[in-house]
Unconditional design. Structure first.
Lengths: 291, 121
């Protein structure tokens, strides 16, 4: 039953696409965690499924070698894997590996150059702040930021960036962009997760300075001082999310979901985790090893 | 031959340096100042491109243009750094930038919100 092979990865991917379209009624802290879990679990589920198909395709071509392979790595039946399917699985695996390597090298280069810049004040009149992960990291701020913001507003920016660093948001970003890079249908999930990470840091900053409106106004001011018409990554979406961030801060603080948050996260983690393990054939391996 | 192997960015930087040292300067004079006998057309193209990027200003002098730098060096370095971080926060990055650039519609809406609150942008 070859189509069952695709079920775990299919369900996980469908969940990811759904969560990319429908907003979760949770505090950004929990939204980010749930979305990141789904993104992070879809990758092994998809890779495991493709790997499984590729291995079985190879076993079809080389029946002699297949005899020496552990039984759990093969389909239960002797039905050969159709050639187009097998070739597609191998091509997709190789492509996925290339995307992973390209993204990883991009991150290393990006973080390294940002770490070098973070050693001093950024000599730019554009007000900006970037959180740079790592031991040599920190909050990278530009001269322009100090020029236009007052002490209270600067505090907002630093609380916001410090929240990114404290909660290791770069790991979420890495998981999300890897998932979106490997599985294009998850791009919206990644976008939504990135937005909830910003909201998370905004809420942390608002709590630290105990003034939601100050945070909203700081974001608005700094955003309006960005050079306009910059051919950045924006035009594709035409929505930086800044307006929604400002509006969310002008409204009342969202509930912290002390129960629904952890329950949603745990539920998502268990379901997607189990699906990923199934896709990786871990359950079969376990059965064959111990039962 | 040696010239064609030079990375374009380097040649650009050399042209920029030649103009900064000798400007206002004509394309032919820039060619003379750059080691390795670059082709006139190559240099002319680079000058045009640097002018397009707003890094060089030019005035017409008879049948040719005279170039001078439009921005001081510090500004160029700063812009390059800014360029470097511009893609922080795009969908494949692991860096978090405080805010990204706005779309024109967002800018209008944001100004309206600020005006409502009586805050100066």
């Amino acid at each position: 039953m070859i189509w069952l092979t695709f079920l775990p990865a299919g369900i996980t991917l469908a969940l990811g696409v759904l969560l990319g379209r429908v907003g979760l009624p949770l505090h950004p802290v929990w939204t980010a965690r749930v979305l990141c879990t789904v993104a992070a679990m879809t990758v092994p589920a998809a890779a495991g499924t493709l790997g499984f198909v590729a291995v079985n395709f190879w076993a079809t071509l080389e029946p002699a070698a297949a005899g020496r392979m552990p039984e759990w790595a093969l389909f239960g039946d002797d039905e050969p894997v159709p050639v187009p399917l097998g070739v597609a699985a191998i091509v997709l695996l190789v492509a996925g590996l290339c995307v992973t390597l390209r993204l990883a090298s991009r991150w290393v280069a990006e973080v390294r150059s940002a770490q070098d810049l973070a050693q001093s004040l950024l000599e730019s009149d554009v007000p900006m702040a970037v959180s740079v992960p790592g031991r040599r990291g920190g909050v990278l701020a530009s001269r322009g930021l100090y020029q236009v913001l007052g002490a209270a507003e600067l505090e907002v920016v630093f609380h916001h960036e410090a929240s990114h660093l404290r909660h290791g948001h770069h790991r979420y970003l890495a998981a999300g962009s890897l998932a979106a890079g490997l599985l294009p249908p998850l791009r919206r999930l990644n976008g939504r997760m990135r937005f909830s990470l910003e909201r998370w840091a905004d809420e942390d900053a608002a709590e630290a300075v105990a003034d939601r409106e100050l945070v909203a106004l700081t974001i608005a001011r700094v955003a309006l001082l960005q050079p306009s018409g910059e051919p950045g990554p924006l035009p594709a979406f035409a929505d930086s999310g800044i307006l929604r961030r400002v509006e969310a801060l002008m409204a009342r603080a969202p509930g912290r979901n002390p129960v629904t948050g952890p329950v949603s996260l745990l539920g998502t983690g268990l379901v997607t985790g189990a699906l990923a393990l199934t896709a990786l054939q871990i359950d079969h391996a376990f059965t064959h090893a111990f039962l | 031959m040696a010239l064609s192997r030079r990375p374009l960015g380097q040649l650009e930087a050399e042209v920029l340096a030649a103009v900064a040292a000798g400007g206002p300067i004509s394309a032919a004079d820039v060619v003379a100042r750059i080691p390795g006998e670059p082709a006139y057309t190559t240099i002319n193209t680079i000058l045009f491109r640097l002018h397009d990027k707003g890094m060089l200003a030019r005035v017409r002098d008879g049948r040719q243009f005279l170039y001078r730098t439009a921005v001081d060096e510090a500004r160029v370095v700063a812009d390059r750094m800014h360029d470097h971080l511009r893609h922080a926060s795009d969908s494949g990055s692991v860096l978090n930038r405080f805010v990204q650039s706005l779309s024109p519609e967002e800018e209008l809406e944001l100004r309206r919100i600020l005006a409502e609150r009586g805050a100066a942008p």
